[in-house]
Design a protein. Structure first.
Length: 398
């Protein structure tokens, strides 16, 4: 099963600087598959019904020389009364919609003042406001940064033909956010259902990571979500999906020769702080990784360890968590990384982790509460905190 690939050069034929940021369109318009509220590829008259009389109507700035005279470009600026509820942190709540030949192609929240951190959850909120349903995916396909130019933090597919982009501009008063949504044919929804996960609890986690090219199935079209994961396989996943919070000096393991398939991934996972070897100098690459070890690896590598041990009361089998792991399990629980099936209160820390569980942990580590997946198996940390003094005494309690 081949992950969706983007060809930026062919996907976008022309780029011009328009009001509210970078304006892009395709040479041949194809309507989004599931437009919902359908505000792309629509006339100005129809969008006036949605958003009211525009505040401004003006031609696009600096039109491309490649545009023919028949391709008129205009921008209409709206100030819908309900937009403030989507991003209350913004000082300005206007939409700049770009039209080519009276058909809408792009929507911008143009350089609106205020402090905005654009997350997958907020992108979904904007998508839902504009199109009337929840965005099906979140897949970052560009992450470029430049100190001297506007900083494109990322451009991402939201599925169903819609992409989103976020950038941050420097100004005398601080950074100014600029975000947009637009049509991109490479963001059409793609079926990533493996043959054996259609009714599996981890299906949404697996599919989202498959879309991003992080996990893959087997040649027979299955994913085998309940199979165990070796330490080498886990190293390959975390080194690909997560960056880590610090670096270690390289080390060689006696049982990981240079021609071992996961040699580079194991080295990278070690250097980024996700995995360590054993005192005897081995890594045990073919050993099934226990669930608690996977959680500790992710939490430790991301620097999430916490002394709020009271959150471990969420687990009826908390006594089975090894002492060395409790601070990292507590941190992972607070950050929403732990996913338990079928019972939320059963961590089962010392049994081998499954491929489905590892996919869920990695997805949650990447997005946490900002992700799109609303699973009933994501552990929510208890809301009744215990004093730090008592928490530290609880290390030997569980």
């Amino acid at each position: 099963m081949t992950p969706l690939k983007l060809n930026w050069q062919t996907a976008w034929q022309t780029a011009i600087a328009g009001v509210g940021g970078l304006l892009l369109w395709t040479a041949g318009w194809v309507e989004p598959a599931y437009a919902g509220r359908a505000i792309l590829n629509r006339s100005p008259q129809l969008l006036d019904r949605y958003f009211g009389i525009p505040l401004e109507v003006e031609p696009c700035n600096n039109p491309s020389k490649n545009l023919s005279d028949e391709r008129e470009c205009i921008v209409r600026v709206y100030e819908p009364s309900d937009l403030a509820a989507v991003f209350p942190e913004l000082e300005q709540n206007t939409l700049s919609i770009t039209f080519i030949n009276d058909r809408s192609i792009r929507i911008d929240l143009a350089r609106a003042g205020g402090d905005l951190t654009y997350t997958p959850a907020k992108a979904s909120k904007l998508f839902n406001y504009l199109f009337g349903y929840r965005a099906p995916v979140w897949w970052v396909y560009s992450d470029n940064r430049n100190r001297d130019l506007p900083i494109w933090n990322y451009q991402a597919c939201l599925g169903d033909g819609i992409a989103t982009a976020y950038s941050s501009y420097s100004s005398p008063s601080g950074s100014v956010p600029d975000l947009s949504v637009f049509y991109n044919p490479d963001c059409e929804a793609t079926e990533y259902t493996f043959g054996d996960i259609r009714s599996h609890w981890a299906k949404p986690f697996i599919e989202n990571l498959a879309i991003q090219g992080i996990v893959a199935g087997f040649p027979d079209g299955t994913y085998r979500p309940d199979a165990s994961v070796t330490r080498a396989e886990f190293a390959a996943l975390v080194s690909k999906a997560l960056r880590g919070s610090y670096e270690r000096s390289p080390v060689e393991f006696a049982d990981v020769p240079w021609d071992f398939w996961a040699y580079d991934a194991i080295g990278l996972a070690y250097e980024r702080g996700f995995l360590t070897g054993y005192p005897s100098g081995i890594f045990a690459p073919n050993q099934a990784i226990p669930k608690v070890q996977a959680i500790v690896s992710i939490s430790g590598g991301l620097g999430l360890a916490s002394d709020a041990l009271g959150v471990l009361l969420a687990y009826a089998d908390g006594r089975e968590i090894p002492d060395y792991a409790k601070f990292n399990v507590a941190g992972a629980t607070q950050w929403g990384i732990v996913v338990n099936y079928p019972r939320l209160d059963r961590l089962e820390p010392n049994r081998p982790a499954t491929r489905g569980e590892i996919a869920a942990f990695i997805y949650q580590a990447r997005f946490g509460s900002d992700g799109f997946i609303d699973s009933p198996y994501i552990v929510i940390a208890p809301s009744n905190p215990i004093s730090p003094e008592i928490q530290l005494k609880m290390v030997g309690f569980f």
